[in-house]
Design a protein around this ligand. Structure first.
Ligand SMILES: Nc1nc2c(ncn2[C@@H]2O[C@H](COP(=O)(O)OP(=O)(O)OP(=O)(O)O)[C@@H](O)[C@H]2O)c(=O)[nH]1
Ligand SMILES: [Mg+2]
Length: 285
């Protein structure tokens, strides 16, 4: 088990460095940034060095997966972000197309001056370009697919689906650039690393399942006791991780011959329940 303040969760494959470089290089082509943040981790999934990366570019903050978060908790963070930037909140899975497309109206409104100035000079309006950036798996490609109504981009519920940048034309007024998810090379806080790991923003192959599952259970026990108990039909008074794993094993048919707990199966069930949204209305920040 890790030291309280350290984490060995550090996932920063070569392509993330490359993406950061490309973001910097392409910045001069871009009119506005859509910064995408997962509603279930409004702090942990925010790119820590984004201000350095995008300098003073105009920005819209987009909160995704609102359907899965603890709205009461996440709303407080949203209010804070609203003091700094325009913020749109989305359920990209079930949200109505009209609501999602209002991002384009907002973008046109924010960038209106560009074409007003051109008009005064007798120039035709030009196409706007927005760059979509965020941590892995927060819904960047899904957002672009929904807005463009094209489903041109590959999406998937794991970290690192998008491998390179690509441009998608929404209509003749706006073009969007999709980017692969990025993180900070060194995740300093154990909590942030484990939040990202618990909510599928870190490649599962590198994770210690026991550590992640233990963190999830401990966090849920402390913050969402009813949701945890309800999900696994637990009967607990005092916190005892081992006992909780045992009960989950019993209640999910995760025992090997002789009644031995199949820990790997238990950890996988817990991680997948969160990943697939069977455990929801939670915010890990
Ligand atoms: N429930 C729910 N699921 C969402 C929402 N937005 C995206 N998803 C799901 O989240 C998963 C990740 O979506 P992607 O669009 O591939 O995420 P990404 O940010 O492009 O990920 P990378 O390319 O890996 O960085 C997919 O399974 C989506 O269906 C949302 O608002 N609600
Ligand atoms: Mg993607």
């Amino acid at each position: 088990m890790n030291n309280e303040n350290k984490t060995n969760i550090n996932w920063f494959p070569g392509h993330m460095q490359k993406t950061k470089r490309e973001i910097s290089e392409k910045l001069s082509l871009i009119d506005i940034i859509y910064e995408v943040i997962d509603a279930r981790m409004p702090i942990s999934s925010k790119i820590i060095d984004i201000d350095n990366l995008i300098k003073d570019k105009k920005r819209i903050v987009i909160i995704t997966k609102y359907d899965l978060c603890d709205k009461k908790k996440t709303d407080k963070y949203i209010e804070e972000y609203k003091k700094q930037f325009p913020v749109l909140v989305y359920d990209l899975k079930n949200g109505k197309q009209n609501d999602i497309s209002c991002l384009i109206d907002l973008t046109n409104e924010i960038l209106k001056d560009i074409n007003d100035t051109r008009k005064k000079k007798g120039l035709k309006p030009r196409l706007f370009r927005a760059m979509v950036i965020g941590a892995p798996n927060v819904g960047k490609s899904t957002l672009i697919n929904r807005i463009s109504k094209k489903n041109a981009l590959k999406t998937g519920n794991r970290a690192g689906v998008t491998k390179g940048i690509s441009w998608i034309r929404v209509d003749n007024t706006i073009e969007l650039m999709d980017t692969p998810g990025i993180l900070y090379p060194k995740i300093e806080s154990r909590e942030v690393g484990l939040n990202l790991a618990s909510l599928t923003s870190i490649n599962e192959d590198i994770l210690d399942k026991e550590e992640v599952a233990s963190y999830i259970i401990t966090y849920l026990y402390k913050n969402y006791n009813n949701i945890l108990k309800e999900r696994y039909k637990l009967n607990t008074e005092e916190f005892n991780l081992e006992d909780i794993f045992k009960q989950i094993a019993n209640n999910t048919n995760s025992l090997k011959k002789g009644g031995i707990i199949d820990y790997n199966k238990v950890y996988t069930i817990i991680i997948n329940d969160l990943k697939e949204g069977r455990i929801k209305n939670i915010t890990f920040d």
